[in-house]
Design a protein around this ligand. Structure first.
Ligand code: PHE
Length: 442
């Protein structure tokens, strides 16, 4: 359970609650969800197992693990990609973390309870387009992440995770139930359950795959790094399945909380990254009209839990870079945190400003924030995952992969599944990823 909790702490975060619902909205609903579930079970789970076997067999940070398996320059660059990706992600992740911090403060000051849905509409737009307030929140969130990583209060984080993740689960179930009773919610449910395959394009596939990787924290050195700390007696297959199922069910619950409310509020489902921040105040201020105390309590607990879920993910993101700087480059932990805070803070500031003063800036037709996000999940994480499955499927000897995934053959159920898992790692995952890369290029 402790191993699953640590992986789930990294996996469950803003990816489930913020990113998943808005991608569902942008990609036409049920068909996207089906693709996402399929990718998670048949591609992402094997990749998770591949990465965890690499981490536990090598027992070093991800850059060192990759250079050990692939000697020479190529190995160095591959390893570097795995270190760079989480730093790139944490830069814009903490922009959204900053938004959730702002919402937490608003929930505590009873803003959602005191205002009507009409008064709240447009308030998020005004907040993120402000020239410096959201930047301050972004730096505040990143600073909190760096501070936790610098002090290394690992046991504190584990204690936080232990109650915050179950709390978040209970709250999201309650919110889903409430959201389903809102007038007009039925249209949202239909949207989530009735696939419209005519809307599916190559882009839907790549978005679903990218989301699956993002949500399970794949292709970013994190699973490799965390697994290097896992004891040899732990069952990696059980940890992988447990993490994937809890991550998947959490995303689906978030979808069923947000999308029906989106339809009830008359918000545009394809609104993009701002979707949940427009929808949640609507849910809470609606609830406040019949049950103000319940709404106040639920909104505060909800945003505290989101904030902590986001923080446990951003900590895992920053930790990969810190491990590299301290182990390989001889940095002190505190200075490594300061350096990464400055670099990621600067890059994230540009992403944050793309909702305000820099809204006209475009890279490959996307705003800076959207560019950062799709480069990470649709390119860097996809490449990182491809490297991982090739290493686990073709470079590490079969006997070593078998030993890691079956605990030396002592787990009989794992040993029976092993040939199928290895087939997925060796052929299905790399070919599936390559096919998607090619189709998206075309
Ligand atoms: N999986 C995390 C989430 O869903 C984000 C993340 C991405 C964490 C990549 C680590 C690596 O919020």
């Amino acid at each position: 359970m402790a191993v699953i909790a640590a992986f789930a702490g990294s996996a469950i975060g803003l990816g489930n609650i913020w990113r998943f619902p808005y991608l569902v909205g942008e990609n036409g609903g049920a068909a996207f969800i089906l693709l996402y579930i399929g990718f998670t079970l048949f591609l992402s789970l094997p990749i998770f197992l591949a990465e965890s076997a690499i981490g536990r067999s090598q027992q070093v940070n991800c850059r060192a693990a990759v250079s050990f398996l692939v000697p020479g320059r190529a190995g160095k660059w591959f390893g570097f990609l795995l270190v760079l990706t989480p730093l790139w992600v944490v830069s814009y992740y903490s922009v959204v973390g900053g938004w959730s911090l702002d919402y937490l403060i608003r929930a505590v000051s009873l803003d959602f309870v005191r205002s009507t849905p009409e008064q709240l509409s447009g308030s998020f737009e005004r907040f993120i387009s402000h020239p410096w307030v959201p930047v301050l929140f972004h730096l505040g969130f990143l600073g909190a992440t760096a501070a936790v990583v610098a002090f290394g209060v690992k046991s504190g984080i584990e204690k936080f995770c232990k109650w915050s993740i179950p709390t978040l689960f209970i709250l999201i179930v309650l919110i889903a139930v409430y959201s389903l009773t809102l007038p007009g919610a039925g249209k949202g449910v239909e949207y989530l359950l009735k696939p419209d395959f005519s809307k599916v394009t190559a882009h839907t596939f790549i978005d679903a795959l990218g989301q699956s990787f993002f949500s399970l924290s794949l292709g970013s050195g994190i699973v490799i790094t965390y697994s290097s700390y896992v004891k040899k007696s732990e069952n990696l297959m059980v940890a992988g399945v447990g993490t994937a199922l809890s991550d998947l069910s959490f995303a689906l619950l978030a979808g069923f909380s947000i999308i029906p409310a989106v339809f009830s509020a008359g918000i545009e489902p394809g609104a993009g990254p701002t979707l949940i921040f427009d929808t949640l105040p609507f849910i809470f201020s609606n609830l406040a009209q019949h049950a103000p105390i319940l709404s106040a309590l639920a909104s505060i607990l909800f945003f505290v839990a989101i904030f902590i879920a986001a923080l446990t993910s951003s900590i895992s993101l920053l930790e990969v870079g810190i491990a590299y700087l301290t182990e390989d480059k001889g940095f002190r932990r505190g200075w490594a945190c300061v350096l990464l805070f400055v670099l990621c803070g600067a890059f994230g500031t540009l992403c944050s400003l793309s909702f305000g003063p820099l809204s006209q800036a475009r890279l490959m037709g996307l705003s800076l924030f959207d560019f950062a996000d799709s480069a990470a999940s649709n390119v860097f994480m996809v490449l990182g995952s491809l490297i991982s499955v090739i290493l686990a499927g073709w470079v590490i000897p079969r006997s070593e992969l078998f030993r890691e995934l079956t605990n030396g053959g002592t787990q009989h159920a794992n040993a029976r599944l092993f040939p199928a898992v290895r087939f997925l790692i060796r052929y299905v995952a790399p070919l599936g990823i390559l096919a998607l890369i090619l189709s998206s290029l075309i």
